[in-house]
Design a protein around this ligand. Structure first.
Ligand SMILES: Nc1ncnc2c1ncn2[C@@H]1O[C@H](COP(=O)(O)OP(=O)(O)OP(=O)(O)O)[C@@H](O)[C@H]1O
Length: 281
């Protein structure tokens, strides 16, 4: 369980995260969503202790997280946005290097590497050096590396950024299976359908602050489960309704090109962060 209390981060006077409080339950699959610069990466970096908070606290299973508490830090692994791996190493070497950093026994490293690479479908590529791997393979390897120390919590900063649709689905399946085995997962993503497909709950951030936090279904219901899109020369204008009958009544009054559809989490995101994203352009 991760508990964040009044967490803040300032960079030279700039408030990147402001008074953030939230709680992620053990075994939950949780997403931080928000426009560019919302403070998602900064939040993940503080939970992984890469960054120190300017204020507030983080608790893991009820214990205060600090850089000195190696026992608590070990419960948390992070997959960052950058490929932080030596280009000239192959997969086995990357895993061995990571295991040695954590003083794991060689036999343990070998056994777990075997299992993790097979689980991620990477075994046949294990002797390729990092520079010869595709972006999707590298990200999967980063997940394997993060899992080597058997964390209870996995933090992923945009785990499928730049992946093609097939690789993204493979990563989703991998993460789903890990979560089903009990791993608590916190991810940031710009692919809203990713959060809708995977996550139990979603936190919407903007300008360093928490704007809303709920299940995707509840966030959609709050906006209105039915959407009517009207095509205008400047783009699409969407209106939201709780009841299908209301949406149909509204639609019947319209004369232009318009459609009725189910509201998605992306609609919730666009409405929240409307000033940052413009639909239809
Ligand atoms: N080291 C730093 N020094 C100064 N400002 C920073 C630093 N790191 C982040 N920021 C600023 O803090 C704000 C939040 O950044 P952060 O990377 O957490 O946002 P984000 O929600 O992850 O954005 P994105 O979706 O673009 O990855 C941004 O305005 C960013 O410019």
């Amino acid at each position: 369980m991760i508990e964040i209390k009044n967490l803040s981060k300032q960079f030279e006077g700039f408030q990147a995260v402001e008074n953030l409080s939230l709680r992620i339950e053990t075994g939950e699959f949780f997403a931080l969503l928000g426009p560019n610069g919302a403070g998602k990466t900064t939040t993940i970096s503080m939970i992984s202790t890469l960054l120190l908070p300017s204020g507030g606290e983080i608790y893991i299973d009820g214990e205060r997280l600090t850089r000195q508490r190696k026992d608590i830090k070990r419960k948390v692994s992070v997959v960052t946005q950058e490929y932080s791996m030596r280009q000239d190493m192959n997969m086995d070497e990357i895993m061995e290097y990571q295991g040695r950093l954590y003083f794991m026994k060689r036999k343990d490293i070998r056994e777990k590497t075997e299992h993790l690479l097979a689980f991620a479908g990477l075994t046949s590529h294990r002797k390729k050096t990092i520079r010869k791997l595709s972006g999707g393979m590298r990200r999967k390897l980063m997940v394997c590396r993060a899992l080597l120390t058997e964390p209870e919590i996995l933090l992923l900063d945009e785990p499928t950024a730049g992946m093609d649709a097939l690789s993204r689905r493979q990563m989703w399946n991998l993460l789903r299976q890990l979560n089903e085995k009990g791993l608590t997962i916190l991810l940031t993503t710009h692919y809203i359908e990713e959060a809708q497909a995977l996550c139990d709950r979603v936190a919407l951030m903007d300008g360093g602050k928490l704007e809303d936090l709920d299940t995707p279904e509840n966030l959609i219901c709050k906006l209105g489960a039915y959407a009517v899109d009207e095509m205008h020369p400047d783009g699409v204008h969407s209106s939201y309704f709780a009841e299908r009958s209301q949406a149909i009544a509204y639609l019947s009054e319209l004369t232009g090109n318009c459609t009725l559809r189910d509201t998605t989490l992306e609609d919730v995101f666009v409405e929240q962060a409307g000033k940052h994203l413009t639909k239809g352009i």
